[in-house]
Design a binder for this molecule. Structure first.
Ligand SMILES: *[C@@H]1O[C@H](CO)[C@@H](O)[C@H](O)[C@H]1NC(C)=O
Ligand SMILES: *[C@@H]1O[C@H](CO)[C@@H](O)[C@H](O)[C@H]1NC(C)=O
Ligand SMILES: *[C@@H]1O[C@H](CO)[C@@H](O)[C@H](O)[C@H]1NC(C)=O
Ligand SMILES: *[C@@H]1O[C@H](CO)[C@@H](O)[C@H](O)[C@H]1NC(C)=O
Ligand SMILES: *[C@@H]1O[C@H](CO)[C@@H](O)[C@H](O)[C@H]1NC(C)=O
Length: 796
């Protein structure tokens, strides 16, 4: 009896009822810290303020909005009063007004702060926060008719199930707009919207200029052409009523959202339960400097440093406060105004120019072709007050007027392909003179100190010579042993002739060729950006520093001095696999070599996964990271993203890493990873080895229907039993059909959706060695999803 009573109290206690509230009805108000929670507990609506008092990111204003209640990190997905923040929360309430609209009222001044602004014929309405995170206003007697919903007025986030695009009947255009900065929720400079020209694609636009700086590529019925990897996660619908993009519900337990960031980049986030953190599963555009005008005028954008925006010399940050809150679009302003234009022309001294080499030139140049010399070009710029820069080259004379936007630090990889350009930025003579004076002072200082130092130098030289001899002795001793060497920076500088022979560059830095004292050829990798490089440096030294295998690149030593981080490897003369597979100019790999490469990489990976003391997951297997030696033995390189795992555990938690196009689907679903993510990437590489072309081509903007996503083509042809057509035509039919078929089957097994369906690398080695037979694999579902969105949705 008592028990029944207790149960009754538990079930019907007012506390229980209060926590389940997901609606607001006429007469009810919401204020202060009150919240409405969706019935599944996933989303909440209430007043919020950005940031905590302790961080520098605090806003003094309050907003009404929806956030993800399931996660402990405050993540807002919608804001009501974006333009009208509330200074004093005690004066504000959310309620249903007499005209039936949902409103935020200032109950002291009786003014309306925000309203849903719809024509309702009845005051009897109710607002509900749905399980999908949509705030819906309906007539309480007729719940079928939606009067207003937050999904129709998105701010900067898109939740699964919400639509982005146009309602053809009402003309409503749903788009995402970035926020002003990290705390101010006012609309910012960038938007994601349906292409207004009518093409079936989405574009990112800088709103002040109207410039489109990224597009998704046209929807081809299965995926947007520029982002084939995302095919399974987006759906494009064009029917008689609407044309829109949506993210279908994947799994109700999964927490995710798409957000247009203050940085102008579109990011997809997945909540990692075990990590208790958001993981970025996709970013577009990939590099920050590709966002139009992200750094504002008179800045230089560099993707390799953090922060990526910096003022040009002679300019200073316009608003430090905005800058610190993530909004750099205000850019920089001149330290000293231009003389020629601010002063009387007769008395003012002439302006000068400052030379910036190696940069992507700003947009909107005016070309003046009749000018034949650099002097005339400079004069043309000086004679017009609005001219701010010029550039002279084979292309003639370019001049720029007013603000200089989008100047970009050229990457090393660009340098090898394009010529260095020079941008001459106009500066006041006073500004240039002040540098000159400074330089003169420096010179005087240098000369005096040099005289003093000369005596000491002679002494130092003697000591240094002795040490150098000692050092090389020590090094030669180590060479025979197994350990790795800690180099001094100065010695690596000598070994590489001051880093003069560049072999290549990647996301983390550049690689230079050099020779040790015993004339061993080495490749020295210099890591960029102190903090970014540090993590990679440690991962690399602690992984390949301790292991040795014929199919793994050998680390000879490292240097760690001040903020310098360098890695020294054995030198491999034959480029990486991608160069051999995708570029015409270099040596061509015949089928036998390709098969050996596939086998070698499999052996290297099997060793990493199964034979080392600690299991190592490479996390970034792709052709660029497979180097070939003189006898075309493949060697896996670049362990900067490697993840260690104890032998006794089978799964590891880590933030997402790797390269798009080779990423296993479990990265996106937020579960812990296993060695099978390397198996997936390896499968993708195998396919590229077979076909001699990239699986996904970013440039593909007008893909024909027969230009099907290659991995899918392989899976389909395997089922049909016709793999011959998949092989690189450059082989001219010179290959073993049996081997090709085996490799295709293995690749297809490696890219199965479920990691447990994929073979271990040790098994792959056995398959390739011909020790075990390979069955015909099933078609991976993700590929199917990319290929086969229901035909109903396409052209209705
Ligand atoms: C709705 O309006 C009617 C008449 O206009 C009024 O009598 C009634 O009190 C209103 N109801 C609410 C809940 O405000
Ligand atoms: C402010 O917030 C942004 C994004 O939420 C974050 O990247 C930045 O580090 C924060 N800054 C401080 C000082 O907390
Ligand atoms: C509401 O109705 C009035 C009068 O019928 C009309 O003038 C107004 O444009 C309507 N507003 C909206 C938002 O539909
Ligand atoms: C949607 O379909 C209509 C009719 O088939 C077509 O005219 C229009 O261009 C399509 N719009 C987009 C964005 O694909
Ligand atoms: C300076 O150049 C701008 C842009 O070409 C032009 O509109 C303006 O008339 C020029 N001013 C003078 C004084 O030539």
């Amino acid at each position: 009896m008592l028990l029944v009573l207790l149960l009754f109290v538990l079930i019907f206690s007012p506390l229980h009822a209060a926590s389940a509230r997901d609606t607001i009805s006429p007469g009810e108000t919401l204020g202060g810290s009150d919240v409405i929670v969706s019935s599944n507990g996933k989303y909440a609506l209430g007043f919020f303020k950005i940031g905590s008092e302790s961080s520098g990111n605090t806003s003094n204003y309050w907003y009404l909005g929806i956030w993800i209640n399931r996660v402990p990190t405050m993540t807002t997905v919608w804001v009501a009063n974006e333009d009208a923040p509330i200074a004093d929360l005690t004066t504000a309430v959310l309620t249903i007004s007499l005209d039936g609209n949902l409103v935020v009222l200032n109950h002291v001044s009786k003014s309306i702060i925000w309203t849903t602004q719809v024509n309702v014929t009845t005051n009897n309405t109710v607002a509900t926060l749905s399980d999908g995170g949509n705030l819906i206003l309906q007539k309480s007697l007729d719940l079928t008719d939606v009067l207003w919903q937050s999904f129709d007025h998105p701010t900067n986030s898109l939740l699964p199930g919400a639509k982005l695009g146009r309602d053809k009947v009402t003309g409503l255009n749903r788009r995402l707009v970035s926020r002003k900065n990290w705390v101010d929720q006012a609309p910012g400079a960038y938007s994601l919207e349906l292409d207004p020209t009518g093409a079936a694609q989405f574009i990112l636009v800088e709103l002040n200029s109207g410039v489109t700086y990224w597009s998704s590529g046209v929807w081809n019925g299965r995926f947007f052409n520029s982002i084939p990897d995302m095919g399974a996660y987006s759906e494009f619908v064009n029917n008689s009523r609407e044309v829109y993009l949506t993210t279908p519900f994947q799994d109700v337990t999964m927490v995710m959202h798409l957000s247009l960031e203050v940085s102008g980049q579109l990011k997809a986030y997945v909540w990692y339960e075990q990590l208790q953190d958001w993981v970025t599963s996709a970013v577009q555009p990939k590099s920050q400097c590709d966002v139009y005008a992200i750094c504002g005028p008179y800045t230089i954008c560099n993707d390799n440093v953090i922060p990526s925006c910096n003022c040009m010399k002679g300019f200073s940050i316009k608003s430090l406060k905005d800058w610190e809150l993530g909004d750099r679009t205000g850019g920089c302003i001149r330290n000293k105004p231009l003389d020629y234009c601010s002063n009387n022309k007769a008395t003012g001294s002439r302006d000068g120019f400052y030379n910036i080499p190696c940069f992507r030139l700003p947009q909107n140049a005016q070309s003046t072709t009749v000018i034949a010399s650099e002097g005339e070009c400079a004069q043309a710029c000086l004679s017009n007050c609005s001219c701010t820069a010029y550039s002279f080259g084979d292309y003639g004379c370019y001049v720029w007027h007013d603000e200089l936007l989008n100047v970009k630090q050229q990457q090393y990889s660009d340098l090898t392909s394009t010529k260095v350009e020079f941008l001459k930025v106009r500066l006041a003579a006073k500004e240039l003179n002040s540098w000159e004076n400074h330089r003169r002072e420096m010179l005087v200082w240098v000369v005096t100190s040099a005289t003093v130092a000369l005596f000491g130098l002679v002494l130092l030289l003697i000591i240094w010579r002795n040490r150098k001899i000692q050092y090389f002795r020590k090094f030669n001793g180590v060479q025979g042993g197994n350990g790795i060497v800690a180099f001094r920076y100065i010695d690596l500088k000598h070994a590489t002739k001051s880093f003069s022979i560049k072999l290549g560059s990647g996301g983390f830095g550049s690689v230079y060729k050099g020779f040790l004292a015993d004339s061993t050829a080495i490749a020295v990798k210099m890591l960029d950006g102190f903090r970014q490089g540090e993590k990679q440096f440690r991962a690399e030294v602690s992984s390949i520093g301790i292991i040795h295998h014929v199919n793994l690149v050998k680390l000879i030593g490292f240097c760690c001095e001040g903020n310098k981080r360098l890695l020294v490897y054995e030198y491999l003369p034959y480029h990486s696999l991608d160069v051999h597979l995708f570029q015409r100019s270099v040596t061509f790999l015949n089928w036998k070599t390709r098969y050996q490469v596939a086998l070698g990489v499999a052996r290297g990976l099997a060793y990493l996964h199964e034979s080392c003391r600690e299991c190592i997951i490479h996390c970034d297997i792709k052709p660029q990271n497979i180097l070939l030696d003189a006898s075309f033995t493949p060697k896996i390189a670049d362990f900067g993203m490697a993840k260690f795992m104890q032998r006794d555990s089978s799964r590891a938690l880590t933030t997402m890493r790797g390269t798009i196009g080779y990423l296993a689907p479990e990265w996106l679903s937020g579960v812990a990873i296993t060695t099978k993510i390397d198996v997936y990437s390896y499968g993708m590489v195998l396919l590229e080895i077979i076909s001699g072309r990239r699986n996904t081509s970013e440039q593909c903007t007008s893909c024909a229907d027969n230009d099907v996503y290659f991995p899918l083509q392989v899976a389909n042809n395997l089922l049909k039993g016709d793999v011959q057509v998949l092989v690189d035509p450059k082989l001219c039919g010179d290959f073993s059909l049996e081997e090709v078929e085996r490799v295709c089957k293995i690749a297809c097994w490696c890219i199965q959706d479920k990691d447990s369906d994929r073979p271990a690398m040790g098994e792959v080695v056995q398959f390739l060695d011909g020790l075990r037979e390979v069955d015909v694999p099933p078609l991976p579902k993700i590929l199917q999803a990319v290929a086969g969105s229901p035909p109903l949705l396409n052209n209705m």
